[in-house]
Design a protein around this ligand. Sequence first.
Ligand code: C2E
Ligand code: CA
Ligand code: CA
Length: 409
Amino acid sequence: MAKRRSDVEEQVADLLRTAKSSLGLSLAFLTRMDGTTQHLEVVESSIPFLIRDGVTQRQETTFCQAIMDGKLPAVIPDVKAFPEAMKLPAARIPRIRSFVSVPVVLSDGNVYGTFCAAGFTSDKGLAKRDKSLMEVLAHAASVIIEPGVRERGRRSEIESRLNLVLANGGPAVVLQPIVDLATGGRIGAEALSRFPSEWRKAPDVCFAEAHSVDVGDRLEILALARAAEHLKRVSGYVAMNVSSATLLTRECTELLGRLPLERILLELSEHDPVEDYDALTTVLAPLRAGGMRLAIDDVGAGFSSLRHIVLTSPDVIKLDRSIVDGVSTDPILTTLVRSLVEFGHGCDARVVAEGVETGEDAAALRSLGVDYGQGWHFGRPGAPEELTECVPAAAATPPVRDEPSVPGM
Ligand code: C2E
Ligand code: CA
Ligand code: CA
């Protein structure tokens, strides 16, 4: 059975019907030329069973290619008058006798394919004016198909890049120290994914791209597994980032369920929309009962308000870099951080400031009651071997146990 046409194909079919009836020919079609094959993508025919959507032929033996190469004119009222045309397969089956073909050119100048009309009898009336009409219709077709062409190109570029990373078992994962602001001692580390540097893309961009081509969950889970591998190399807790969408997958909860939960702090971003808080709470409940802690990340970045915090009662809130950087000199940031600390502590959560780049900011944060700090001032993300030993946690910090190995890994 013929495949149902998409909306775009229906719109192109409309243009083809206009071409067919205006030129009084039996057949009109849009083709895509990929260099070796011509694909008849949308075909409007008075004899529907002869040629239909999806037919392909070798590009080099088509009328369209001969026209593009200048071996035949764009308007052929009588195919028999052109020996070059008579040699081509379409002159025998389906016995094309009149033909018009113009290129479909995308806005970047690339030729997508051709917009054609054909007849099974010669038609001396075909003229230059018909070519002009075909060019207008071909242009309209190019405008209609362009967004889809771009989207397919975007997807395949992302897929081919990400496939390499997926085949390698996921991104590399580095660790950045998190320290107790009161003692300066390290208490944990955040796992951060790293993609090939030549991509020049931040990890959050790579994960967003992965989700846009439906491999986001797989990629996030591989990153979590990589982060979990570090547990046996370092002391203290390891904070792991996950989107709420991925967290809701069975693969993710199964993976987390195999880990030493009391050493894991799961970070959910404030800007990651949560569609179903009940589902999230249900998935988190057994993990949290098993000792896993929950952090709301990027608080103060101004995304989804404080709803995440209210609805998930996290163990930790992480203040976003945008409200941390410069806190020592900015009275507004000082007030904001002080209020968020009071709010966090009031919710029984510890407060981590991230993006701490200077000693002045670190001191200001400490005096504002922020519990922990993370940022270049304390250490850049790096290999697990670069981390210092953890110091025993202060009274207010959650228990941190040394785990010699990760079960099930
Ligand atoms: P995030 O979770 O907010 O991570 C903190 C980001 O701040 C990291 O960026 C880190 O390298 C950067 N950073 C740390 N200290 C400083 C500092 O002092 N100054 C400045 N300017 N930046 C600092 P990174 O590694 O580029 O990651 C960006 C985002 O990508 C992360 O933001 C997180 O949302 C996402 N991400 C990274 N790894 C993963 C992962 O494995 N899974 C998921 N789901 N998301 C990840
Ligand atoms: Ca984070
Ligand atoms: Ca963050």
